[in-house]
Design a protein around this ligand. Structure first.
Ligand code: PLP
Length: 403
């Protein structure tokens, strides 16, 4: 086989479909978020970033930077090993306790990323609980799908947020078969939110474990930033809460929180935990500072929701088709991969607004979109400037306006 030709051919196909991913070469500017330098064509332009998952700009919060600096100065750069072999740093222990406290659970367990947390926790639970049936929401994140698949247990998929379909599946299983319902709180592409209470009611009725991915909610929802389950008063009913430190907490790393026995079980049997080196102490120190700070600053969450609502309103007034969402996520529909990429390029190169096109396979074909995530510090001025640019781009490319 001509391997090089094979690789090149596959890439050419992606380009033909308009689905080839091009990274924006950015340099974030601490103290100036959401602004960043964009390196392009041998030069540099300052742009406003509209698609960061550092939702609350914690990545530049001086408190978080101080937490990182202090831990690095005290402990050095790397952790020095897996958690079991010399890699457990005191900052990991403190952060796990902080995350357990955030979610009002007995224990927390850290992973190098949210992806690894889902992959490892789900596969370990699915593979080791005898005769397990995992019931998974149709729109679950790739890391959950892969974790469940890797666990090789029985699996059923319920239609997205469809309680009737979920109950049908629960009902059809033997009453004494172990079951786990795996779902997210905020779905990051459509910005909708799961009916957590009703899912917990069904879990109680059919004696199923509940596993929730609150990656797009931790830091942002609930009185202390523990997520939508906290906001909805359901946190105590969830068996396994999974989250990330890479989005609203502004750093990197993943975790689960739950009972002492469950966390100890995943710690002891989870291969993605056991065989991977611990996160650097600086990362744990920064995450620790971020979680603590966000617990006490609910006003940031209020402001965040206000900014998202304001952008939606401004888009609607301008006739730009945005999905009505109940969260901080503002999807603007284009519905065509090539147009979506072109709109994004025009916004970036002509107007210095950066929003990455979201194409297949992240979203289904025909629902290609620009996904805006305004932060608490995106100003009215930035929004007005963005909306004016969008109107021109929509005109130039003859993209459909809202009906
Ligand atoms: C980003 C994401 C993850 C993975 O978290 P990382 O910390 O980025 O690895 C997991 N679940 C969902 C829903 C996500 O969007």
């Amino acid at each position: 086989m001509d391997y090089e030709q094979f690789f090149a051919g596959k890439i050419a196909d992606l380009k033909d479909e308009g689905e080839y991913r091009v990274f924006a070469d950015l340099e974030r500017k601490a103290g100036r978020f959401p602004r960043a330098s964009h390196h392009r064509d041998g030069g540099v332009e300052e742009v406003v970033v509209w698609c960061s998952n550092d939702y609350l700009c914690q990545g530049q919060n001086p408190v978080v930077l101080k937490g990182m600096h202090e831990a690095i100065d005290k402990c050095g750069a790397g952790a020095g090993g897996t958690r079991n072999i010399s890699g457990t740093n005191h900052y990991h222990v403190l952060l796990e306790a902080e995350l357990a406290d955030l979610h009002k659970k007995e224990a927390g367990l850290l992973f190098s990323a949210g992806y690894t947390a889902n992959m490892t926790a789900l596969s370990t639970l699915a593979a080791n609980i005898p005769d397990m049936l995992v019931i998974s929401d149709a729109l679950n994140h790739n890391s959950m799908i892969e974790g469940i698949r890797h666990g090789r247990s029985q699996k059923k998929v319920f239609r997205h947020n469809d309680l009737e379909h979920l109950e049908e599946i629960l009902q059809a299983a033997a009453p004494d078969q172990p079951k786990m319902i795996a779902f997210e709180s905020v779905y990051s592409m459509d910005g909708d939110i799961a009916p957590i209470k009703e899912i917990c009611d069904l879990a109680d009725k059919y004696n199923a474990l509940t596993y929730i991915d609150e990656v797009h909610a931790v830091g942002m929802y609930g009185a202390t930033g523990a997520g939508v389950a906290e906001r909805d008063g359901q946190m105590h009913r969830i068996d396994i809460i999974q989250g990330t430190m890479a989005k609203a907490f502004g750093v990197v790393g993943g975790y689960i929180a739950g009972s002492e026995a469950m966390c100890d079980f995943v710690r002891s049997f989870g291969q993605g935990f056991i065989f991977s080196s611990a996160m650097p102490p600086g990362v744990a120190g920064a995450a620790l500072a971020s979680v603590k700070w966000l617990k006490e600053h609910n006003e940031i969450r209020v402001k965040h929701q206000e900014r998202a609502a304001t952008l939606k309103r401004k888009l609607t007034e301008a006739g730009i088709p945005n999905m009505e969402t109940v969260s901080h996520i503002v999807p603007v529909m284009v519905g065509d991969a090539k147009l979506c990429k072109q709109a994004s390029d025009d916004l970036l190169y002509k107007y210095n607004h950066y929003v990455q096109p979201i194409n297949y396979p992240t979203v289904p074909r025909g629902t290609e979109r620009l996904r805006f995530t305004p932060s608490p510090i995106h100003t009215d001025e930035m929004m007005d400037d963005l909306v004016a640019a969008l109107k021109e781009v929509w005109n130039n490319l003859s993209i459909k306006l809202a009906a």
